[in-house]
Design a protein around this ligand. Structure first.
Ligand SMILES: [Zn+2]
Length: 78
């Protein structure tokens, strides 16, 4: 789920029970900054599936029981 506010852009994992989220603060948001936020999330391994967002710990092609819900804390260097 994406929340775009005047001062921030937030992506929250849509997997049930997953607390992961990513937040980018903006002094003054522009469409460019929101785009950049989403591009960084994609590089970190977030998945956008039909408007729902999943963190790197919640691969959409795996059963939920195998998710580690660690998207907010993984070291995304891959
Ligand atoms: Zn997640």
């Amino acid at each position: 789920m994406r929340s775009i506010r005047d001062a921030s852009t937030q992506t929250t994992c849509d997997c049930d029970d997953c607390p992961s989220y990513a937040l980018t603060g903006h002094l003054q948001r522009t469409p460019d900054q929101a785009d950049r936020h989403h591009q960084v999330r994609a590089r970190e391994g977030w998945t956008d599936l039909e408007g729902r967002d999943y963190c790197p710990g919640c691969p959409v092609n795996q059963p939920e029981a195998e998710h580690d819900h660690a998207g907010a804390w993984v070291n995304a260097t891959a």
